[in-house]
Design a protein around this ligand. Sequence first.
Ligand code: CA2
Length: 149
Amino acid sequence: MQRLLILNGPNLNLLGTRQPEVYGSVTLPMIEENCRKHAQEIGVGVAFEQSNHEGVLIDAIHNAKGNADGIILNAGAYTHTSVALHDALASVDLPAVELHLSNVHAREEFRRVSYISKVVVGQICGFGASGYTLAMDALSGYLSEKDLL
Ligand code: CA2
């Protein structure tokens, strides 16, 4: 069975509490529940984590080697700043999907810069909470197509 790690970065624990016009009104626990339901429907295993700390996210990426077959990463604002997350993703050599709730390309200029885009299979952004299940389908399809699993 394919095992997907869904990793969430800083401030995403606040989803649904503020800025609903940008990020929607769905909370992270609701997203997690939906991902777990979707995992059962498409027959994959899922682990779901969130941290506000860059080092914890890096440890989670390292730990994915051997424990997950692919990573879905909403790195939050670290997307636009973190060489360390880039290096961590490159070091584990697992297929990853970069995910954002909002359309980062239609917002401030600094959000158009991603330090992780070069080391992911692809990016999903702008579809709100549905992006999580879209990313699961995309990563699962990628793993099957590459005959990785
Ligand atoms: O659109 C996304 O998913 C982002 O990764 C969200 C990050 C932002 O820095 C990225 O540019 C795009 C911010 C997450 C903050 O979430 C909040 C939720 C509610 C209230 C305040 C922040």
